[in-house]
Design a protein around this ligand. Sequence first.
Ligand code: SF4
Length: 296
Amino acid sequence: MTDYDEKPVRFAKHGPDGELELPFPMNPIKLTESTRKIVCKVVNRVHMRKYTRFYAVGVYGGIATAYSVGCNYRCTFCWVDWSRDWPERYGDFYSPSEVYSKLRDIMNVQKLRRARVSGAEPTLCPEHICGILERVHQDAEAFDLFVIETNGVVIGTEDGLASRLAQYASREGDTVGHVRLSIRGGLPDPFMDKTGCSKEFLDLPFKAAQRLWDAGASFHVAVVVDPRFTSEEEKTIIYDRLNDIHPTVRRGVEEEFLDPYPHALVRLRAVGREDVTGREMNDKEVYARKRMPKNE
Ligand code: SF4
């Protein structure tokens, strides 16, 4: 049992002294363990994962999306709904076959050739995500692209996952998988401020990038370069580290600027970011705040 089983990690808040309130900064490896107990389970040797919905959106030129539950980061600018912070309250369990079928149904109806697992951290349940990728791989002619969006904590921590993903997302060969790896920070303090993680875990996403590169995976790195969150100095450090892995990784960076989604506004106000939220709450923030689970 981890501390986080008894005292769940919700979203980061500053106390009256302007410092993070406990349990922040948190340990994302321990949070991986405790979140897995809630969102991953094995039934009759089938690896199930929690999802809240399946739908299509316009990004990537139109993509069927499985919205999974549970993450091991607590980004202050996170757009994901309260299922991130209260994973025990949201979602239903689906097998890899069921997720695959739902995505294929959406693709058929919407005439799409792209799909992804998003909404949280897809690698929390490695057997489950590999089960989906195996089905996609067997039906590869129906897909142009299958995207796994990850923060890299599990890939950087657990040996062998990068190689497993590379079987389905290879730089060479005819696989359709692709990993989108988010790197949130390059300096300890801003990394902690952005992700809610202790500074000592700063290197994990870079380790994930190195492992994906070494495994021959098809991947690119997304970096929040929005100046409200990342200074030029920090951006340069991130880019230099990616360049050290390989110039191709640096050249492939997707630069992210952040939209003020409703749940992000609540999270940002909780850590004193009125420079982003504004002093007054807008309707979107009020809506998200009303939907926040209450009984703690
Ligand atoms: S890694 Fe993504 S899903 Fe997880 S907290 Fe950060 S923004 Fe949200």
